[in-house]
Design a binder for this molecule. Structure first.
Ligand SMILES: Cc1cc2nc3c(=O)[nH]c(=O)nc-3n(C[C@H](O)[C@H](O)[C@H](O)COP(=O)(O)OP(=O)(O)OC[C@H]3O[C@@H](n4cnc5c(N)ncnc54)[C@H](O)[C@@H]3O)c2cc1C
Length: 361
């Protein structure tokens, strides 16, 4: 059995190891050698997905920092959380520096059996031809002629916002609580990555110019109630878009990763959604192998049937949360206080909200 994965982002590398472990021959076709340089970007992995990654990459735990509690605030009351997610039995999230997790995974798969890397120009790949050589092609890049022609219909939305990320260094504390503050300009997340550093992700409506460093630092200081003696790393920015492809596959070619579905980073769920897709695809392939069946486009049909509805509802829910808080931050304080008291007291909501964020739908 032979599967080709196009692209060498985080999703491709994780999927490649998962498939190669099943003794499937995997070719990764990539364009740029991609060792990530140190940056301010971080990524949070949910408890359930962290277990999955740990099985594939046993030493990954050494790179992580666990978060026990998540608190959600409105900008006009930083003393009382509107929502609170915690559990005695599990951590809520595991934080990684993006370059550390990427480079760890890249190194891990370097000499892995059955896994081969091929450097090629991705725009000029001939997928009609390649599809005859492989049982499946999984495209996380979608820049070639076949994919631009077959995977272009999508539900799209531009948030007209950018995410600004930085690492905030501060006095040492027991740093186990992640906080999200919803402001009129968008959410600001404080995500612990060690006892003396915290990742900051600010989503902010775009203006004509990029926000400057001193404005961003002032914004963080304004909404910081929890850390002392602050210093900041460099600041990086990302455009924020929502997109969901309408067709997941064509022939034996599957669109995958962020190019299949891209969501707002407010809940730290983009890569977590991709891991859930990998898990489903992996189980589907295991089922076929155990029954002695071929790995062919029927796997992709089943993948689309099952994952499309789940991903659409999940991505829609994240978008709803974004829009809800945008509206909420403009509504009378008394209304929102009452509403959130009701939501927070609802054991069902906090329990199932936590489970859905961890395991998906
Ligand atoms: C600020 C921010 C914070 C986030 N935080 C979290 C979090 O806490 N938890 C979480 O689960 N997710 C988070 N995400 C989402 C997460 O980073 C992505 O889901 C994940 O990195 C996507 O990986 P991928 O391999 O599918 O896609 P990509 O990294 O986009 O890679 C796919 C392929 O496309 C290529 N490619 C990508 N961009 C270009 C380009 N511009 N030109 C040419 N080729 C390109 C790559 O080289 C690769 O071959 C966050 C995203 C942002 C922007």
């Amino acid at each position: 059995m032979k599967i080709c994965i196009i692209g060498n982002g985080l999703t491709s590398l994780v999927l490649a190891k998962n498939l190669a472990k099943k003794k499937i021959f995997v070719d990764i076709i990539y364009e740029h050698h991609h060792k990530e340089s140190p940056s301010a970007r971080t990524i949070g992995i949910t408890n359930d997905n962290f277990k999955f990654l740990k099985d594939l990459f046993p030493k990954i735990k050494n790179r992580s920092f666990s978060i026990k509690e998540i608190k959600v605030f409105n900008h006009n009351d930083l003393d009382n959380a509107l929502l609170n997610f915690s559990s005695k039995n599990m951590n809520q999230m595991y934080m990684f520096k993006y370059h550390e997790i990427y480079n760890h995974i890249l190194k891990d798969i370097k000499n892995f059996k059955n896994l081969n890397k091929i450097k090629k120009k991705l725009k000029t790949l001939d997928l009609n031809n390649l599809s005859k050589k492989y049982d499946l092609i999984i495209d996380t890049n979608l820049q070639n002629k076949f994919s631009t022609k077959n995977f272009y219909k999508k539900i799209k939305k531009d948030y007209f916002s950018k995410a600004y990320v930085t690492i905030m260094y501060h006095d040492k504390i027991e740093n186990k609580v992640a906080r999200q503050v919803f402001t009129k300009m968008g959410p600001i997340a404080f995500l612990p990555i060690s006892n003396d550093s915290t990742s900051i992700v600010i989503s902010h409506k775009v203006s004509i110019k990029d926000l400057d460093r001193s404005y961003i630092e002032k914004l963080i200081i304004k909404y910081n109630k929890f850390y002392k003696t602050l210093k900041f790393s460099n600041i990086q920015s990302f455009n924020l878009k929502f997109s969901l492809l309408k067709s997941y596959y064509s022939k034996n070619i599957l669109a995958f990763g962020d190019k299949l579905h891209q969501i707002h980073p407010l809940a730290g769920q983009g890569f977590n959604m991709n891991i859930r897709d990998i898990k489903y695809l992996s189980n589907e392939i295991d089922n076929k192998i155990s029954l002695g069946l071929l790995i062919d486009k029927t796997v992709l049909k089943e993948f689309e049937n099952r994952r499309k509805s789940n991903n659409t509802v999940f991505a829609g829910a994240i978008d709803f949360i974004y829009e809800f808080f945008q509206l909420e931050s403009r509504s009378p304080k008394i209304f929102s206080k009452k509403l959130f008291k009701l939501l927070n007291n609802s054991k069902l909501l906090t329990k199932y909200g936590s489970i859905i964020a961890d395991k998906g739908i």
